[in-house]
Design a protein around this ligand. Structure first.
Ligand code: NIG
Ligand code: FE
Length: 412
């Protein structure tokens, strides 16, 4: 097995194996080692320590990165990276005054992407999707969750999930897949939403369950999309297939989705742009993690999830991109971390915790990802020469990544 030593100025997010997420005040701390070395054996972190204690005798390769910093790769726990085409026209429509809601109401939005996806051949859809994945890996993402939800028919949803499966097989990034059949009511069910919910439960979900193509279940719980009762019925049905909920709630309206998600033991509740105090309260002392998606707020000019308040409430806040063609056409976790500092008032340490160890936990991979820990996957970002880690979000929009390693191999 190849042994690689890297000497660095600072090793960030160094944690014991029993730390699987961090909450509240603990998020302020980003444990680090200065003047350190990291030993990678094959695809695994084998050891680390202070530089003086490094024994490089048996190394196959030594990288001298003494001015540089290492942190674990980003864990992006919420994306819709498999999609067809783009929604550039809607972007311009919004600039010209239409709202996201108005665009959706006239057949744009998710239904627009569903139409394009249904007409796109699987090979072509794979091509478009793998380019996005390769791009975000180069931007430092080592683990990622990808949702279906632009199919909205059994056939097209399975087509999306199959592409996620192929990406899992062909790329070193760790990928989790989520079935989001209830993302929008398809055109042909416009006046029969209940009929579509029943179809998801009776027809699409059993097929997804049988094929073992999904790790999680998601529903867009929102006025004009799916009600709390719809979501509960789908989550209940998904239980028989062993699918844990990770749900879209409180993007535009607080309608009780959080309380229902907690009741169904959701791993995460995502979006949270509209967050009354009782909804924050409902998350306390539960296993359900709040996920903020600041690039969606930025792109749509809507409120930001109250990240500061959620952390002050003692919760394990998570950050993700929401990479999708309508509300966040960027999968850049570096931008997410910067936006969280600038707009949600997180400290750089809090934002990095939210985007690494907590992101890993938010997709069930924190035993292997999210920190520099002996035995975890050798997933690292090697930065350019930066004065300290706070410079990463401060110097927003600039690329401070020198190299990215995923499973022991450099991908950039
Ligand atoms: O998470 N809100 C629901 N779904 C996506 C956006 C979907 C779209 O506009 O295509 C989101 O923001
Ligand atoms: Fe989303």
């Amino acid at each position: 097995m190849k042994r690689l030593f890297i000497n660095i100025k600072e090793l960030l997010q160094v944690r014991e194996a029993n730390i699987l997420k961090v909450s509240g005040k603990d998020m302020k701390v980003l444990p680090s080692l200065k003047n350190a070395f990291l030993l990678v054996e094959g695809d695994t972190i084998a050891a680390y320590g202070t530089m003086g204690s490094a024994d490089t005798k048996n190394a196959d390769e030594v990288i001298d990165a003494t001015g540089k910093t290492i942190l674990p790769t980003w864990c992006d726990s919420h994306t819709h990276l498999v999609y067809a085409g783009n929604r550039e026209q809607e972007f311009v429509d919004r600039i010209n005054g239409l709202t996201y809601e108005e665009i959706a109401n006239k057949g744009g939005g998710i239904l627009n992407s569903a139409k394009t996806l249904q007409q796109t051949l699987e090979e072509e859809l794979y091509e478009q999707s793998r380019k996005r994945l390769e791009n975000v890996m180069k931007l430092g993402t080592g683990a990622i969750e990808i949702k279906s939800g632009y199919g909205l028919t059994a056939e097209a949803e399975i087509k999306m999930l199959n592409i996620i499966k192929k990406l899992k097989e062909n790329y070193p990034a760790t990928i989790k897949s989520t079935f989001l059949g209830a993302h929008a009511v398809p055109e042909n069910y416009k006046n029969n939403k209940d009929g579509y919910v029943q179809k998801v439960i009776d027809e699409i979900l059993p097929e997804v369950g049988k094929s073992k193509l999904a790790d999680y279940i998601d529903v867009f719980c929102e006025k004009g999309y799916f009600s709390v009762a719809d979501m509960e019925a789908i989550l209940e049905a998904a239980k028989t297939h062993g699918l844990t909920p990770k749900v879209h709630v409180n993007q535009f309206n607080a309608i009780g989705g959080i309380q229902a998600a907690v009741k169904h033991r959701a791993l995460t509740v995502d979006h949270l742009e509209v967050m009354p105090d009782e909804d924050i309260e409902a998350l306390k002392n539960t296993g359900t993690m709040p996920v903020g998606l600041p690039l969606c707020s930025y792109f749509l000019s809507i409120p930001y999830a109250p990240g500061r308040k959620l952390i002050e409430a003692g919760l394990p806040f998570v950050l993700a991109t929401d990479y999708n063609p309508g509300s966040s056409p960027s999968g850049n976790m570096n931008q997410v971390v910067a936006a969280a500092c600038i707009k949600m008032k997180l400290t750089p340490a809090e934002a990095i915790n939210a985007a690494t160890i907590n992101g890993a936990h938010a997709m069930g991979v924190s035993r292997t990802h999210g920190s520099i820990t002996k035995g975890k996957k050798a997933n690292i970002i090697l930065t350019k020469e930066i004065p300290s880690y706070g410079f990463l979000p401060y110097d927003f929009g600039n690329n401070n990544i020198d190299k990215v390693m995923i499973n022991g191999e450099f991908v950039s």
